[in-house]
Structure formats: structure tokens, C-alpha cells
Design a protein around this ligand. Sequence first.
Ligand SMILES: [Fe+2]
Length: 225
Amino acid sequence: MATRVAPPDPADYRRLQAAYQQSLRYAEDVRRLYQQQQRSICQSLLGLANALEAKDAYTRGHSERVAELSRRIAVVVGLEGDDVAAVGEAGLLHDIGKIGVPEPTLRKPGPLSPEEWQAMRRHPMVGAQIVAPFDVFARAAPLIRHHHERWDGSGYPDGLAGHAIPLGARIVAVADVFDALTSTRPYRSAVGREAALAHLLAEAGRTLDEHVVAACVGVLRAGTA
Ligand SMILES: [Fe+2]
């Protein structure tokens, strides 16, 4: 004989519905708080990067320009969503590790001594370590670490070559070289845009990823950056 199932009590159903709605509200609150916290972390680190740049007239605005150009290149090479955002964050924070380099070394107009050069070469690792504790920079941290690697393996800190270098790091590298060339530095004056593009093209397939260089040249020639 089949057992009869009692029809659900409408009061139970309403209580369940109310509990469900409440848990959705809690989840939304947690999500909002998490986003606020992540934004605060981003702003703090940006403040640190800006403070670093503000000390040095030569690099003022460099990180923001590198971030902007990197994002545009990332889109052209086919990255999307969070990957484009990570490339932009890495562009903004790529040199944050220079906070660990003594100021006289940063500002030195002449060639660096071996010890100074050693300190300078640590900045990608220091930068990656600074952002590593924050989940929000999980994608950007390796890009910061590897932004001075070179396509032919002659870069630092790990001497990675070719596709072993994360694509985002290859993008930031190209944008960084272009912006450095077109800005005045303590040790040389700025070169024009066409001369800088010629330099990128000469380095394509040697120290820089040729596909990324092609994308960068396309972005700059199209006048969209
Ligand atoms: Fe750098």
C-alpha cells in the first residue's frame, strides 16, 4: 500500500525561502567586502608605486603609460578579461620592487657598478614578492617577476627564453622598452617614436617576442595609444 506524503506546510516553505534569501544577502555582503578589501590593497600598492615614481622625475607616469600600452597590446594578441586586467596590473606595478634599490643607484647617470647592478637586477623578484601575498595579484605576480626576461634567454631573474616566459611578461617587456626609449632618463635623452619603433623591430625575435612587437607597432601606428 502506497504511503501518502503530507503536502508541504506553506509556513515551512516560507521559512525556507526567507532563510535562502538571507543567505544570498550574506553572500552578497561578503562579496562586496571582499571587493572593497581588494580595491584597498590595489590602491595601497598603487600609492607605493606612485610614491616611488614621484621621487624620480624621469620615471613619472612611466608605469601608467606601460600599463595602458600593455593592455592594448594584450587585447591585440587575443587575451581577454582577467588576463588583460592582470597585464595592466603588472604594467602598473612592474617596477614596484625598485623600492628595494638604493636611491643613488636608481638616479645614477653613469654605468652601474657590479654591486649596484646586482641590486637593480633583484627588483623583479622583490616586486613579485611584494604583491604575492594578495590573491588579487595572483596572475600579475609572475608577470612582474619575469618582465626583464628576454626572448633569447639573456634576461633576468631566471634566464627564461621564448614561450617559457609568460606572455603577459613579454607584453610588459615590449611596452616597458618602448616607454623607456621615448622618455628622458638620467643617462640619455628620449628618442622619437619612429626611432623607438625601429629599435623594437630590430630586437624582435632577439630580445623581444616578435609577435608582441608586431602587435605593439600596430597599436602605436594605429594611433590608439
Ligand atoms: Fe623593471
